[in-house]
Design a protein around this ligand. Structure first.
Ligand code: ADP
Length: 513
């Protein structure tokens, strides 16, 4: 078990601070209960950090089959949820995240008692629109069930993007009329697009469905963007990028229309799980004052990888989904030239079968240069690679926030990354005159540019080791904790709540020159 992630019951079952800002956080995944990716990490961490800051934050999640009911308590009463097909009765269970953060599970077996969250083989269940419309509506109803009115409901991605729509369309009476909505976009590539005639499954009518249509289809994310009080995404750079046609996945104009209400807030990382001082996956531990033990980690990984055990050669790490988004096609094409340099590379990843194959072949032809663990997921190995590597390669095409570069900075491993999204915001470019910076960034995503920037990092490693040492120490001291992010979210909630209650007053202030 992971101590930082395991749910724990607080000493007092009711720990809600009396006058604290109330926020209902609605999500389709939340670690450690149910997760498939980054949204699950954020949902398991941000509400806890906000709670630690004194906010009364509560989480809503479906009761999926994978959730262990042994840790939960069923609440008395029935949650009535209006649906396209009449009222449905759900049950509500309660569990806990750290810091006494309640999680309410919506128990509706017809939709959620299934083997997977979204569907088999990375695909979608045929009724996902109905399932997540139900979750969104249930979250709003839950506030009545609990007799607890939040100041803000915070929705995430397309799965819960109907929450702001339902609030706006159906909750015109006090007290929910005073509730603001925040929608966070974790990846603009997933929008919840369905045939337009399926609008009936949302329960919305011609009069209430404003904003839901996009190019002849339903688009749940677009509707949420249009109707939420405030919209956020997971880094300042990504907030700018998604307003352009290159990164907006077709929603750039809708986002530009909300530009003054759109902000980027960097995700944090779990600094307990990712700590080189105590990480149980490592053979030795280090910190920013003494990273000598990092050498031991490197030697151990070289042995594990079957590479020659040399401290005088830079070790490049790659831990990623092997996909087009992550630029792994470009890295594969850059390998022949990269391997002309005296470097070693370890790669851990799974994904696109063609890309997987190209790394398998590269490792077969250059076993002295590359060890590739392809096709599996190995958490312990990912920690060992972060700690052992000198550099971590992240040539992403786009990266809403990215976690790996923050993990690597904490482990004294310098990122070599494309200057996009959260990568650009969290990595400072190296300056070879002064030694400033925390990593090596590049813009054009081509094998040549990737080779050039890696060559620059490698020559720095050989020729200016004192700069590498300074950059390592600088990166290790950066604060990527959730508490920093939570402070910004709190300000956003307060501003959204004020703006929602007095839209005209604030608009006129904003209109001043
Ligand atoms: P994304 O969420 O887009 O995949 P992030 O950088 O935000 O990218 O997070 C990816 C996380 O998944 C990182 O913690 C990374 O170490 C981990 N990861 C990716 N692939 C693997 C794998 N095959 N084995 C272990 N961990 C992996």
């Amino acid at each position: 078990g992971n101590p930082a992630l395991s749910p724990s019951k607080p000493a007092h079952m009711s720990t809600s601070p009396q006058h604290a800002l109330r926020v209902l956080f609605v999500t389709s995944e939340c670690t450690p209960f149910a997760m498939t990716g980054g949204l699950g990490d954020v949902s398991g961490a941000l509400p806890v950090a906000l709670r630690e800051q004194g906010l009364d934050v509560r989480v809503v999640l479906p009761l999926y089959r994978s959730v262990d009911r042994g840790q939960l308590e069923e609440l008395p009463g029935t949650l009535l949820v209006p649906t396209w097909d009449g009222a449905a009765s759900a049950r509500v269970w309660r569990g806990w995240l750290r810091a006494g953060t309640p999680v309410y599970f919506i128990d509706y077996p017809g939709y959620f008692d299934r083997p997977l969250i979204y569907g088999p083989n990375g695909g979608a269940y045929g009724d996902n629109l109905v399932r997540f419309a139900f979750l969104s509506r249930a979250a709003v109803e839950l506030t009545r069930f609990l007799r607890w009115t939040p100041a803000v409901i915070h929705a995430n991605d397309w799965q819960t993007a109907l929450v702001p729509v339902y609030l706006d369309a159906f909750e015109r009476a006090w007290p929910l009329s005073a509730c603001a909505s925040v929608l966070t976009i974790h990846n603009i590539g997933f929008q919840g697009v369905f045939p337009v005639e399926d609008v009936v499954f949302t329960g919305l009518t011609n009069g209430s469905s404003r904003g839901i249509e996009h190019w002849g289809s339903l688009n749940l994310l677009k509707a949420g963007i249009e109707r939420a009080t405030a919209v956020t995404t997971v880094s300042p750079s990504y907030a700018r990028e998604i307003q352009t046609s290159q990164f907006g996945s077709g929603l750039q104009e809708d986002l530009r229309a909300r530009a003054s209400d759109l902000t980027g807030i960097l995700n944090g990382i779990d600094t307990v799980v990712w700590d080189p001082r105590s990480d149980p996956h490592l053979p030795a531990h280090f910190d920013e004052r003494s990273f000598e033990a990092k050498r031991e980690c490197k030697a151990a990984l070289q042995r594990e990888a079957g590479l020659s055990e040399r401290d005088d050669v830079p070790l490049l790490g790659v831990i990623t989904r092997l996909t087009h988004q992550k630029g792994m096609d470009v890295l594969a094409r850059a390998l022949p030239r990269l391997f002309e340099l005296d470097v070693q590379m370890v790669l851990l990843g799974a994904g696109d079968p063609e890309i997987e194959q190209s790394f398998v072949e590269a490792a077969r032809s250059r076993p002295d240069r590359l060890r590739a663990w392809v096709g599996g997921y190995d958490n312990g190995l990912s920690h060992r690679i972060e700690a052992a590597s000198d550099f971590l390669l992240m040539p992403s095409r786009y990266e809403p926030c990215g976690l790996n570069q923050m993990y690597s900075l904490r482990y004294g491993t310098l990122p070599i990354a494309r200057a996009t999204g959260g990568l650009d915001d969290t990595i400072e470019q190296y300056d070879e005159r002064t030694g400033a910076g925390t990593g090596f960034k590049f813009h054009d995503l081509t094998p040549t540019t990737l080779f050039d920037v890696t060559g620059w990092a490698v020559s720095t490693w050989y020729d200016r080791p004192q700069h590498i040492r300074q950059m390592r120490a600088r990166g290790m001291m950066k604060d990527f904790s959730w508490s920093a992010a939570a402070r910004t979210y709190e300000q956003l909630y307060v501003a959204a709540s004020r703006r929602h209650r007095a839209p005209h007053a604030v608009d006129s202030v904003r209109a001043l020159p």
